[in-house]
Design a protein around this ligand. Structure first.
Ligand SMILES: NC(=O)c1ccc[n+]([C@@H]2O[C@H](COP(=O)([O-])OP(=O)(O)OC[C@H]3O[C@@H](n4cnc5c(N)ncnc54)[C@H](OP(=O)(O)O)[C@@H]3O)[C@@H](O)[C@H]2O)c1
Length: 251
């Protein structure tokens, strides 16, 4: 059986500075993993540094590293630096994403390329680099969206680009499985973070809330225990997408 504890493990968290990724970094760090807090925009450096300090304050180790993960060389550098600083890799969680709510016929080539670069290409090469460096018994987890189980318009490039990662997850799970590495995805419902609101009208926010069992949006604290479980005791789950959304969508 694989070693399932976080103590002494090394975790890279893609977009691990704030919101969902920030809480994943802090939680895995507090439980004993050494954390690489990846961040993207210059404006996210402050939350990244705060997350590093929070992990250190809880007795763990962390460092922050910037990167545009749509560029493969930045993905490679992130994992190179992880091995250089910590000497190993056990867990890789990718929370990178961008949402676009736009009618099909108004979507531009630029929109399409950007959405697929952030949600699909970055995710592909994150899984690839993690798979190259990861120790036996490692875990790779990508954050997708519960819209993958929705029959709806307006999110064609968002849900479409995230959907491809389900297949990357399955393929990588098969290929890395003989090394004891599990590869999974988690698909949250609409989450109460600044990511969600700019794309939605107040009426749409009310609708999204009304579709969950308690009339609320998904909270990041609803998702983090699932990620932690997949990174530890849930190691036998592989190749799957776990929908966690309070009943918002199902399939
Ligand atoms: N909030 C929701 O309603 C919801 C629902 C379901 C699923 N999700 C998914 O959950 C994940 C986390 O979302 P969140 O709500 O916690 O919001 P978030 O903090 O805004 O997460 C998105 C992250 O992606 C990063 N990013 C964007 N472009 C990037 C690039 N080119 N290279 C590297 N990183 C890049 C952003 O970094 P910067 O801000 O520094 O640019 C940001 O940290 C996302 O994958 C999202 O699709 C969100």
């Amino acid at each position: 059986m694989a070693d399932k504890m976080l103590q002494g493990k090394v975790a890279v968290v893609g977009a691990g500075a704030k919101n969902l990724g920030g809480l994943i970094s802090r939680t895995l760090g507090a439980d004993g993993a050494s954390i690489v807090v990846h961040y993207h925009s210059a404006s996210t450096k402050t939350p990244a540094d705060e997350t590093v300090r929070a992990v250190e304050a809880s007795g763990g180790k962390a460092f922050a590293m910037q990167g545009d993960l749509t560029k493969v060389e930045h993905v490679v550098k992130l994992f190179d630096e992880t091995i250089k600083r910590y000497g190993r890799l056990d867990i890789a969680v990718n929370t990178v994403g961008k949402v676009l709510k736009k009618p099909f016929i108004e979507t531009t080539e630029k929109d399409y390329d950007e959405m697929f670069a952030i949600n699909a290409k970055a995710a592909y090469f994150f899984i690839q680099e993690a798979g190259k460096r990861m120790n036996e018994g490692g875990k790779i987890i990508t954050i997708l969206t519960s819209l993958l189980a929705a029959f709806t318009g307006l999110y064609s490039t968002y849900a479409g680009s995230k959907a491809s990662v389900e297949h990357f997850t399955r393929a990588a799970a098969k290929e890395f499985g003989p090394r004891g590495i599990s590869v999974t995805s988690v698909a949250p419902g609409p989450m109460d973070t600044p990511f969600f609101y700019p794309a939605e009208s107040p009426e749409a926010v009310a609708y999204h809330k009304s579709q969950s069992m308690n009339g609320k949006l998904t909270d990041i604290s609803d998702i983090v225990p699932i990620v932690k479980f997949l990174a530890t005791d849930g190691w036998w789950i592989t190749g799957q997408t776990i929908f966690a959304n309070g009943g918002y969508t199902t399939r």
